[in-house]
Structures are given as C-alpha cells and as structure tokens.
Design a protein around this ligand. Structure first.
Ligand code: PHE
Length: 443
C-alpha cells in the first residue's frame, strides 16, 4: 500500500512548502534588487506562467498517473523507452540540491540560535563575523548536519504523519511571521524608498543575462524540473484538481517572494549608507546590521525582529528540504524495497557526506576546484543550470508528445487542456531549450 496525503489542505500546504524556501526569501529579493526591480519581476512572472508552471503541471500529471517515485514513473508510463533518464536526472538533482541547500539552511539555523541568544545584537563588523563563521569547519559542518537531522526526522516519519503534519503546522506559522514582520517593516521610515527600489521598473537593466536569471529563479523557486512535485503528486488523491493546485502553489510562492522584499527593503532603506544591491550577503551580513541600527534604541524590537526573521528563513528552508529528501527517499525505498526509515537514513548519510564537502568549500577546501568552481558553486550550477532546465524540458516534451493524450486529458480534467497542450508541446520546450543552450555556451 502506497501512502497518500490525508487532506486537500495538507497536500496544497506541502507542495507550497516545497516551493516556498530560501529561493523566495533569500534569492528573490537579491535578484530583483540587482536586476532592475519591477522589470525583473515582470519577466519572472512571464517565466512562471509560460515555462515553470507548465513543468509543474506536467510533473503533477506524471506523478499522479503513475503513482510511483520519479524514476519508476517513467517505467510505468513509458516502459522500455529512454524517458527514464529524466527520472534519474531528478534523483541526482535531488541529492545535489539537498546537499548544498542544507549548507545555507544550516546558516539560517545558526543565525536563529545566535539571534535568540541575543549575541547578534551588539554593533560589530558583520561581514567579518560572517566570513569567519563560514570558514569555521566545525561550526559549518555542525550547522549543516543539525539541519539535515531535522529534515531526516520529518521525512522518516512518512508522508502523512511527517511531511503533511509538519507542513500543516509550519506553513501557517510561516505566514504569521511574514505578516508580523511586514507590519514592522512597512512602518519604518525608509518604507517608501524600499518599495520604490523593489517596484520601480528599470528596463535599462534588462539584458539577456537578466532573462536567464528570471527563468532560473522561476524554476528554482517553484521546485520544478527534478521530479520533486511529481513525487508529491504521486501521493495526491484522484479527485485533486491538478491545474488549480498548481495555480495555488504558484500564487502562494510569488506572494511570499514579494512579501520577503517588502520585509527586507523598507528595513534596508531605513538605515543610512546601507547598499541594497549587495547580492547574496544581503541577508547574512547587511541585515543584522540593519536590524541593529534601525531598532538600536528599542532592543526588544530588534531582538524579536531578528530572531523571527532568521526563524522564518529556517522554517521555509525546512519545508523545502523535506521535499528534496523525499525525491530520493521514495526512489530508494521503492527501488530496493527497503522500509522508509532505512531509505531515509541512506539518503541522509549520502547527503551529509556531500554537504560536508560543500560546507567546507568556503574554508579548508576553498582551493579545491572542479570545472573552475568550488563544490558549493559546482552543485548549485549543476542543479540550477543543468538538472532543472534539462529535466523541465524533457518533462514537458514527454507529456506533450509521448504520453497518451487520453491520460493527460483525464489527469488534467480542465477546460484549458488545449492551451496547456500547446505550452507542453511548443512554448515550454523551445523557451527552456533556448535558455538552456545559452547558459551552457555562457559557461
Ligand atoms: N523551491 C525551493 C526554494 O525556493 C527550493 C527547491 C528546489 C525545493 C528544488 C525543492 C526542489 O527554496
């Protein structure tokens, strides 16, 4: 007997939990800030609607029609054909993404603990603090391993008792923290300038590079291309409306991303002399300083704001890492007929090893390069620039051209099926393919 999600709400929250993650709160504001604000946001929305959402719906179809892990799903739906490669790209992508995602997630866990202990509250050089933190081997590996252990705990408990139950608790908590922080932030003196920065379209910044980033962001933030949502969909019930569910997930995910911008930029612009477009260091270097100066005279507000902010990042990362782990755990347990807890232990052990290498690539392994990159950057490159677009392209092509039309129609059960077929067959493969080739040439 395969397990299923117990309720429609749990299923939507689990899928949205997979989507909502560091990609929304850490990556989106950074990318939007660097790439022309509203101009980037418009491109991003176009990429979601035309490219990433079709992949998500395609994954839903594959997962629910086969009711199997992402490798077996192709064996069920297209026996003897090479489509199964798409499934392997997914499982490999799952291992890689969990390994390096846990490193940054470990940082959020460490920062949460440190914020709650109030030791981030004194003025200091936060850049130096962060650099010495990421170069400290034991603290790095410990933070990553602690995060992985929490992920393991949830996944090992199973679909309904683990993933679904935790999503039902964590997601509402996450929404509540977002609303509270947004309220704080929008009442700060720099709110208007922050909103301007995020929403003023600067079309002069739009280059082909920005289009590539918008698509990369759309894929990463919606967790598509590596069979994560296909695996979740294999636990959906038969009457779950796939198109509406995908729409819900995309809307929730985009709202969270924009809310993160509404939390971060008003705060950043409320402090003189702070740069908003600094890149990935924004959340771990710039923000602690911002919290400190913005609320310096109200230590309690600073304490609450920063602790909640890092806890938000941690929780968002957790609901995503659970879904990455599940791709691999479902595959291992169904392929080798092992109990779920055993399969989960195997996945965790492999990812702990790979995650350690990634986390050390900022310190003692910083001189080791593969394809010109440290391990962390290499894994990120392989997932975001390779597995996700290639997988996404193959998924749409498979659903559009190879899968029986009656199966697709029956699964979709929607009035917009002809439109979706057009996206599966032409728009998504050609659009994603073009971007993919560009990126490979760029390297
Ligand atoms: N969507 C997640 C985020 O925004 C990341 C993710 C990628 C999750 C791939 C699952 C699979 O952080």
């Amino acid at each position: 007997m395969r397990s299923n999600f117990g309720s429609r709400l749990g299923m939507v929250l689990a899928s949205a939990g997979s989507a909502v993650g560091l990609g929304n709160i850490w990556r989106f504001p950074t990318e939007a800030g660097r790439n022309g604000g509203a101009a980037f946001i418009l491109l991003y929305i176009a990429c979601v609607l035309l490219l990433a959402m079709p992949v998500m719906i395609g994954e839903f179809v594959i997962g629910r029609a086969s009711r199997a892990n992402t490798v077996d799903s192709y064996r069920v739906l297209a026996p003897g054909k090479p489509w199964v490669v798409t499934g392997f790209i997914g499982v490999i992508g799952g291992f890689l993404v969990l390994s390096y995602y846990s490193v940054v997630a470990g940082w959020t866990l460490d920062y949460t603990v440190v914020s709650f202990s109030a030791s981030l509250m004194k003025p200091m050089d936060y850049g130096e603090y962060f650099n010495s933190f990421i170069q400290n081997p034991s603290r790095q590996v410990l933070a990553m391993a602690a995060f992985m252990a929490v992920t393991h705990f949830v996944v090992a408990r199973g679909v309904e008792k683990g993933i679904e139950r935790f999503s039902k608790i964590l997601m509402p908590l996450l929404f509540a923290i977002i609303l509270l922080l947004m309220f704080f932030s929008l009442n700060m003196p720099g709110a208007v300038r922050g909103l301007e920065f995020l929403f003023k379209p600067d079309f002069s910044k739009v280059t082909i590079q920005v289009v590539l980033s918008a698509m990369g962001q759309a894929f990463f933030t919606l967790s598509v291309g590596i069979g994560c949502l296909a695996t979740y969909a294999s636990y959906f019930s038969d009457d779950t409306p796939l198109v509406r569910t995908a729409l819900n997930v995309c809307v929730i995910d985009s709202l969270v991303a924009i809310s993160a911008g509404l939390i971060i930029f008003p705060a950043v612009f409320s402090v003189d002399g702070v740069q908003a477009d600094v890149g990935p260091g924004l959340v771990f270097i710039t923000l602690p300083g911002v919290f400190n100066s913005a609320f310096g005279s109200y230590p309690l507000v600073n304490y609450i704001f920063s602790s909640l902010f890092y806890m938000l990042l941690f929780l968002a990362a957790l609901t995503s890492s659970i879904s990455m782990h599940e791709i691999c755990t479902a595959y291992i347990s169904e392929t080798f007929h092992t109990e779920r807890p055993v399969a989960a232990r195997i996945v965790t052990a492999i990812c702990l090893a790979m995650g350690s290498v990634c986390s050390l690539s900022f310190g003692i392994l910083s001189s080791v390069h593969v394809m010109g990159m440290g391990f962390f950057d290499l894994f990120d490159y392989l997932v975001a620039k390779f597995c996700m677009p290639l997988g996404g392209m193959l998924i749409c092509t498979f659903v559009g051209w190879d899968l029986k039309h009656s199966t697709v129609r029956e699964q979709l059960n929607s009035r917009i099926t002809p439109l979706l077929m057009f996206l599966f067959r032409w728009v998504a493969p050609i659009g994603i393919g073009t971007v993919f080739v560009y990126e490979l040439m760029d390297k």
